[in-house]
Design a binder for this molecule. Structure first.
Ligand code: MN
Length: 288
């Protein structure tokens, strides 16, 4: 792996707000922390949801997410630890494991299941929902599994190890690129005292979620299991994160769509009429 000299920024973004997330359950009783939903969908447009999973108790996850539909957006599942098998109505099937990513574009509709395939041990990861622009909401469904080894990684001279799931960071292109929302999705591992910087367009909405240790951004602490929403300061050309102790975090950014968001459960469209259509199509068996 090459060692990269990271961007030297003119000015870093700061932390606008810290979000704790809400403990809840979904699917057939999977315990998780919903970090992003509801009102934050507008602030963090084009991101619609972030769920964080982390448990060593199989009762918290084993039932998984049996058959359910999606329409109008993309789901990105990043498995840090554990095994999850997915199957969809088009006959696709895959096993997501330790460090792997599944990127699924629901488009006009899929029905799929996501079921853990382990009987004990740690299951940890994230599911991020990324909106589609109105003209792509009814596109053909698509998905791809990326095993851990297929996720580009780089090291910095300052000691960071960075996995690039999507977008481009410090000149390294990730596994996935999207033209409308230009999502950047990084998993950043920092030893104590290390500093990490990457360029961000100031118009793009961005956040970090720390899942190990603690960091500071512009002097503000972000503890483990907290999201820090990054401000959109016009003069900032990126973000710099300092690890006050050994830390791991995801950094997510994207270009806002600025379109109406109408969500009903697993359907995210632009109008109520489109939601009614989605329900009708689902109930009459017209999903994939
Ligand atoms: Mn799903």
């Amino acid at each position: 792996m090459n060692t990269i000299n990271q961007a030297s920024l003119r000015q870093s973004r700061g932390i606008e707000r810290i979000i704790e997330g809400i403990a809840t359950s979904d699917g057939a009783g999977v315990k998780l922390t919903r970090v992003l939903s509801g009102k934050l969908q507008r602030r963090l447009d084009p991101f619609l949801m972030l769920d964080a999973f982390s448990s060593v108790d199989p009762d918290d996850y084993i039932a998984g997410f049996p058959d359910h539909p999606h329409r109008g957006f993309e789901t990105v599942t990043y498995m840090l630890s554990g095994h999850m098998r997915h199957r969809d109505s088009a006959g696709h099937e895959g096993l997501l494991e330790n460090g792997g990513v599944q990127w699924m574009t629901a488009g006009r509709g899929v029905i799929h299941s996501e079921i853990p395939e382990q009987v004990d041990g740690l299951m940890e990861g994230f599911q991020l929902w990324l909106n589609l622009p109105s003209q792509r909401k009814m596109s053909e469904p698509w998905y791809r599994d990326f095993p851990s080894a297929a996720i580009p990684e780089y090291l910095t001279a300052q000691g960071a190890t960075v996995r690039v799931i999507s977008g481009t960071s410090n000149g390294v292109a990730g596994a996935v690129a999207r033209e409308f929302t230009e999502p950047l999705y990084l998993d950043v591992h920092l030893p104590a005292g290390a500093e990490f910087s990457t360029v961000l367009a100031s118009s793009h909405n961005a956040f970090i979620y720390v899942y190990r240790g603690a960091v500071t951004v512009g002097g503000v602490n972000v503890e483990s299991r907290r999201m820090g929403i990054l401000d959109n300061a016009a003069e900032a050309d990126g973000v710099t994160v300092n690890a006050t102790e050994a830390a791991r975090l995801i950094l997510v950014a994207g270009r806002p769509l600025n379109e109406p968001i109408v969500q009903y459960g697993p359907f995210v469209m632009n109008t109520q009429q489109q939601i009614h259509q989605a329900l009708n199509d689902f109930q009459t068996g017209h999903f994939a």
